[in-house]
Design a protein around this ligand. Structure first.
Ligand code: SAM
Length: 202
C-alpha cells in the first residue's frame, strides 16, 4: 500500500531541497533517531571488518553518523541526488569529533561515481521508493559491489522490491537466489516496522 504522500510519485526533488532538506534533517535527527540506531545496529552487524559501505540516497546522513559511531573501522560513503541533502550530510558527519570522515557526494543511484567492486555493503533507507527507475539502478548496484557483497534495503512495504528483483533476474545480476525479505522493528510509533530486503552479489 502506498501512503497518500507518495501516491503517484517517485522522486520528489522539491521535498528534498532548500528549506525542506533542513526540515527533513531536523526530523531525522530529533524524531527518527531510534530508527537510524536500529538500522545502524543491523549495518554494524552485517559489514565485514575494515569493509567499505555505501549509503545510497543518504539524505542528511544520519544513518552514516550512527554507523560511524559503532564501527570506526569502516570506510563510509554516501550519495544523494539532492545537493542540499549532501550539504546537510556533510555538516552532520563533519561536526562530530566521535565520527570519522565519510565520502558524501551528489550522484544518481543509476550512475554511481565509483569503480567496479568498491563496496562490501550497499545500504539504502527510505530512498528506493523515491527512485525514478529502480530497474536502472540494479546493474549499478551490482557493479559497485564486490563478489559476495550485499545490497540491503530498509523501506516501506510499498517500495518497488519486485522491480529490483525483476531487473536482477533480467540482467542475471546478483546471485539469482530470491532476495531475503523480513520485517524489522523501527522503534517509531507511526511506522513500527519496515521491510529489510537483501540481495547478494555474485
Ligand atoms: C526519504 S529520503 C531518505 C533519506 C535517508 N536515507 C533517510 O533514511 O533518512 C530519500 C532520499 O533519496 C534521495 N533520492 C531520490 N532518488 C534518488 C536517486 N535516483 N539517486 C540518489 N538519491 C536519490 C532523495 O534526494 C532523498 O534525499
Amino acid at each position: 500500500m502506498r501512503m497518500p504522500l507518495h501516491a503517484g510519485h517517485r522522486n520528489l526533488p522539491g521535498m528534498f531541497s532548500g528549506r525542506r532538506s533542513r526540515f527533513y534533517d531536523f526530523a531525522a535527527r530529533r524524531l527518527l533517531r531510534p530508527f537510524y540506531r536500529r538500522l545502524a545496529d543491523d549495518v554494524a552487524a552485517t559489514a565485514p571488518q575494515g569493509g567499505a559501505v555505501l549509503d545510497v540516497g543518504t539524505g542528511p546522513g544520519v544513518l552514516l553518523v550512527e554507523v560511524a559511531k559503532r564501527r570506526p573501522d569502516l570506510a563510509l560513503a554516501g550519495i544523494d541526488l539532492s545537493a542540499d541533502m549532501v550539504a546537510v550530510a556533510g555538516r552532520n558527519l563533519g561536526t562530530r569529533a566521535d565520527v570519522q570522515v565519510a565520502d558524501v557526494r551528489v550522484a544518481d543511484v543509476a550512475d554511481l561515481p565509483f569503480p567496479d567492486g568498491s563496496f562490501d555493503l550497499v545500504v539504502s533507507s527510505l530512498s528506493v521508493h523515491h527512485w525514478d527507475d529502480p530497474g536502472a539502478a540494479v546493474p549499478e548496484l551490482a557493479r559497485v559491489l564486490r563478489p559476495g557483497g550485499r545490497f540491503v534495503v530498509y523501506d516501506f512495504r510499498f517500495a518497488p522490491f519486485d522491480e529490483l528483483a525483476a531487473a536482477a533476474r533480467a540482467g542475471s545480476l546478483f546471485t539469482g537466489q530470491p532476495p531475503q525479505r523480513s520485517l524489522i522493528r523501527t522503534g517509531v510509533l507511526l511506522h513500527p516496522r519496515c521491510v529489510r530486503y537483501v540481495m547478494t552479489a555474485r
